[in-house]
Design a protein around this ligand. Structure first.
Ligand SMILES: C[S@@+](CC[C@H](N)C(=O)[O-])C[C@H]1O[C@@H](n2cnc3c(N)ncnc32)[C@H](O)[C@@H]1O
Length: 277
């Protein structure tokens, strides 16, 4: 049986929460312009803004797109509706079910990590919408080289680690300096570099409020119930899983991370690269 990783479970839970609370099935951050007030009712709009921003940055002349790490397939659907030919890469079996339900036979779905995809197909654009951070840098670029047409594009919209001292409470992201250095040595020209950290960061404030107001209190009530009704079991469970519980507390329940902290440690960028002819 496929061994499920914690980050995969996190994305599945994220999708259930987003669908229920925010009526959206995107798994990326929102794009919050100054005039959009940061509150749960506006998450839907912020994520639509992000999707529109991405769509706007697909260069003219592009016809076929490989959506790497397509989440629930919502953005792939948007691109199909806009007239593009789209295929998807989706390594998570649970998310892939959503993608198949949504897209049917409108797109081919490669159910594997991007690093392991094998196909003869070639694309005008390889898209990584908040999925680049999960990929092994060298392999992702090698696969992009292989699967893109000559003078094809690579569009990345994701966050990266800034080179600042201290430990970020938000994990994930390639180190930006290392990424730049690596890309400088690859046969790609950088065409676009847009910093959207300020517009993406409020998503963390929304997440922090959800943790403080819903997730942490729920967890605490369940833990209290278990301790008072099943003290022996609770003790054994807490001891056996002490490391995992401490990690979950630190990462998910400790009050959350603010947008300000995020912006200190991370930089959220849209990059468009073009393969040299
Ligand atoms: C944060 S979600 C972004 C989903 C979607 N692109 C969006 O913008 O809503 C990250 C996606 O990356 C996928 N992913 C994780 N590791 C991957 C890998 N090695 N290869 C391809 N996709 C991967 C996850 O399954 C998920 O679909």
């Amino acid at each position: 049986m496929h061994k499920v990783e914690l980050k995969e479970v996190g994305l599945d839970i994220g999708l259930a929460f987003s669908k229920h609370f925010y009526k959206t099935e995107y798994l990326h951050y929102g794009y919050w312009p100054e005039e959009l007030s940061v509150e749960p009712a506006n998450v839907f709009q912020a994520q639509e803004n992000y999707a529109n921003f991405l769509l706007k940055n697909i260069p003219e002349g592009v016809n076929s797109i490989l959506d790497v790490g397509c989440g629930s397939g919502k953005f792939a659907e948007k691109m199909l509706d806009a007239g593009y030919l789209v295929d998807c890469v989706s390594p998570s079996p649970n998310l892939t079910k959503h993608v198949r339900n949504r897209l049917g036979d409108r797109a081919e779905i490669f159910e594997s990590c991007f690093e392991d995809v094998r196909t003869e197909k070639r694309y005008d654009l390889i898209l990584c919408s908040e999925s680049f951070q999960y990929l092994l840098l060298e392999k992702a670029i090698a696969q992009t080289m292989l699967f893109s047409n000559s003078e094809g594009f690579l569009l990345i919209c994701d966050f990266f680690k800034r080179d600042v001292p201290g430990k970020s409470p938000v994990s994930g992201g390639h180190r930006i300096e290392r990424f730049f250095k690596y890309m400088d040595e690859q046969p790609f020209n950088k065409l676009t570099d847009i910093d959207i950290t300020k517009e993406a960061a409020p998503s963390l404030d929304i997440m922090r409020d959800l943790i403080q107001e819903v997730i942490a209190p729920t967890w605490n009530i369940v833990a209290y119930y278990m301790r008072s009704n099943y003290p022996r079991f609770s003790k054994i469970f807490s001891f056996a899983f002490r490391k995992k519980i401490a990690q979950a507390h630190r990462k998910y329940l400790s009050g959350g991370t603010s947008g300000e902290q995020f912006a200190h440690f991370k930089t959220y960028r849209l990059f468009l690269y073009q393969k040299k002819g």
